[in-house]
Structure formats: structure tokens, C-alpha cells
Design a protein around this ligand. Structure first.
Ligand code: TYM
Length: 333
């Protein structure tokens, strides 16, 4: 079986964007591929974190992974910091990348301008080397495919470049990975500003659907979502980004095409649209939330993560040995 890997950074609570952009598809692939899914807590600390909140977010995402359908018998679901080799390979990849290419990462540019605005000229160095650690996550397990949202595509492309570079220089040690973006390249947008992506680190809570939002909260957020004054349900992301976003959420949840959705809403108004979207969300999230509640305080989740970490450590150790050997980082061959 070919390998696949993906992860979420626990810098906030898991959002609908994380689910629809990456996790839902990863779950669908777990029979066909050898799937690795992890919680990227080393990435989370590239921006300041309160340790109790970080623990809580980590624990929540872990339970949510399994509640979303990741099966501990089939997939390796682990905590990044449990596998020390990630940091070691990340360091090695830092030495193989340039300041120029890391400076071109749009996520770095966005996040560094934000932290800079908040605290004068303080930009954590970890934000800059974030992509090399991400490359380490991916290359460690010979992943062929990386299911991610479109916002992470550039990082996976950098990972490819690094893998090719190292292979050319030192002999083939890495599998060349590919980003696996959904066909329709879905990007779930902010409900209050549909020109930017729905992000867990956003400050406007009303703008984000969290996986653990209760039905009433979901209804209220969708009801308050920004649309436009036309009251015409048409898919036009440029001119009608709010309406297009609601339509995308619905079609992705219902697995129907935009055309089918437009037909479904012919002659209907925004209230109908919002009622349908809220109902579809509740229908999808309710069973996940129910499983989550059973899992959250059970000791099972922790045991699953520990077992998976042992398996991941074994694979990671093998890969790291190979890389260190290729670079001459050992006394004897
Ligand atoms: P993160 O935590 O920002 O997001 C997790 C996944 O969710 C996707 N995503 C979205 N998709 C569609 N619409 C949105 N609004 C939306 N918001 C987020 C992201 O594209 C991502 O797939 N750097 C990664 C974590 C990571 C990783 C890795 C992923 C670290 N190492 C190795 C894959 C492989 C991140 O911060 O994702």
C-alpha cells in the first residue's frame, strides 16, 4: 500500500475547514492507503501558546480524529512531539533549504506580518522554519500523497523540492510526495468575511464553525453569515463570495455538484439556503459530536496515541538512520 500523511496544528479548536479540507478525505482513504495522521503540536508552538489551552486543544483534536472516523486499527494516529525524529529530520532539512525559498512561503508572510503588527518586530524563528519541519513530517514516512487544503499546497510543493534536492545530492532517500487537493479545490471561507479562509486562529468566533459547536450555535452562525442583498442563489465566488461559500459547504457535505445544488435552490431565497446549510451541518456533526463525547474522557484515546507513536517511532528511526547515513552523520557506515 502507498502511504499518505496529514495533520492539524492544535493552535485552536478544530474547524469545519480542517474537516472538509483534509480529515474527511483522509478518513475516506484509510482502507486504500497506509494512513498517518498526527497532531502537529511542534508546529503549534511556532506562535506563543498557553500550555493549558494547548493541552486542551491537543486532547480535543485527538478525540475528534477518532470521532470523525479514523480507525486506530487501520491508521497511525499520533502526536508529533512523541516522535523525536521529526525535529531531528526538520533540522537536517533546514540545512538543505534556503532563506530565499522559505521567505517566499505565503503562510510565513501572512503570519509574520500579523505577529509583527501585534508585537513590533518580534517574528518567531520557528514561523520561518515551519515548512522544513512540515517537510520532515511528510518525508519521514515515504508519503506519496498528502491530503491538505489548498492553503497548504505551497508547503507540500516545497517538500517536493527539498526531497528532489536531497535525492540528487546524496542518493535516493526520499519518496517524492504530492499534495492531494480535492477536485473542486474547496476552501471554506470565513462566515463574516468570505474573502478570507475560515481559520481556527481567527478572532471572530461568529465567523468559524467549530466541529464541537452545538446545533443552536451552528444555526445562529449560519443565520448571521454574510451574503449580499440580491437574494439570488447562484454560484459566483467572485461577486457573491458569501453565497458561494454556503453553497460549497452544502455541496461538500451532501456530495452533490454545484449544478445540482443550483437546481435544488431554484426560486428559493437566502433563508432557504441558510436553513438547508445549517441542517446539513447539524446532520453531519451530530454523530461526530456524540462519538466525541464518549471518547473524550476515556483512556482509550491516549492508549491509541501511544501505540501509534511506537509504530511511528520505529518507521521514523529507520528513515532517519538512512538519511544520516546518506549525509555522513555517523562514525561508521
Ligand atoms: P492547519 O492546522 O492549518 O489545517 C489542517 C488542515 O485543514 C486544511 N484547512 C482548510 N481546508 C479548507 N478550508 C479551510 N478554511 C481550511 N482551513 C484549514 C489545511 O489545508 C490543512 O490540510 N501545516 C499544517 C499542519 C501540518 C501538516 C504536516 C499537514 C504539519 N505537518 C504534514 C500535512 C502534512 C497546518 O497548519 O494545517
Amino acid at each position: 500500500k502507498e502511504k499518505m500523511i496529514t495533520g492539524i496544528t492544535p493552535s485552536g479548536e478544530m474547524t469545519l475547514g480542517n474537516y472538509l479540507g483534509a480529515i474527511k478525505r483522509a478518513v475516506e482513504f484509510q482502507d486504500e492507503y497506509e494512513l498517518y495522521v498526527f497532531i502537529a503540536n511542534l508546529h503549534a508552538i511556532t506562535i506563543p501558546q498557553d500550555k493549558e489551552i494547548l493541552r486542551k486543544n491537543t486532547k480535543e483534536i485527538a478525540a475528534l480524529y477518532f470521532a470523525c472516523g479514523l480507525d486506530p486499527q487501520k491508521s497511525t494516529v499520533f502526536l508529533q512531539s512523541d516522535v523525536l525524529e521529526h525535529a531531528q529530520l526538520g533540522w537536517i532539512l533546514n540545512t538543505q533549504s534556503s532563506i530565499g525559498e522559505l521567505s517566499r512561503m505565503t503562510q510565513f508572510k501572512d503570519k509574520s506580518s500579523k505577529t509583527k503588527a501585534q508585537s513590533k518586530d518580534y517574528i518567531p524563528a520557528g514561523l520561518f522554519t515551519y515548512p522544513t519541519l512540515m517537510a520532515a513530517d511528510i518525508l519521514m514516512y515515504d508519503a506519496k500523497f498528502v491530503p491538505v487544503g489548498i492553503d497548504q499546497k505551497q508547503h507540500v510543493e516545497l517538500t517536493r523540492d527539498l526531497a528532489i534536492r536531497v535525492n540528487n545530492k546524496y542518493g535516493t532517500v526520499f519518496q517524492i510526495p504530492e499534495p492531494l487537493i480535492s477536485k473542486d479545490k474547496i476552501k471554506i471561507m470565513d462566515l463574516q468575511d468570505p474573502t478570507k479562509k475560515m481559520s481556527k486562529s481567527s478572532t471572530n468566533q461568529k465567523a468559524i464553525i467549530y466541529m464541537l459547536d452545538e446545533p443552536k450555535v451552528i444555526e445562529a452562525k449560519i443565520k448571521a453569515a454574510i451574503t449580499d442583498s440580491e437574494n439570488l442563489i447562484k454560484y459566483d465566488p467572485k461577486n457573491k463570495p458569501g453565497v458561494a461559500n454556503l453553497m460549497t459547504i452544502y455541496t461538500t457535505l451532501k456530495k452533490i455538484t454545484i449544478k445540482e445544488a443550483e437546481k435544488h435552490w431554484q426560486g428559493k431565497n437566502y433563508k432557504d439556503l441558510k436553513d438547508d446549510v445549517a441542517a446539513a451541518l447539524i446532520e453531519t456533526l451530530a454523530p461526530i459530536q456524540q462519538r466525541y463525547k464518549q471518547l473524550y474522557n476515556s483512556s482509550e484515546v491516549e492508549q491509541w496515541l501511544k501505540d501509534a507513536a511506537i509504530k511511528a517511532q520505529y518507521e521514523a528511526r529507520k528513515k532517519l538512520n538512512k538519511v544520516q547515513n546518506a549525509l555522513g552523520l555517523n562514525y561508521n557506515r
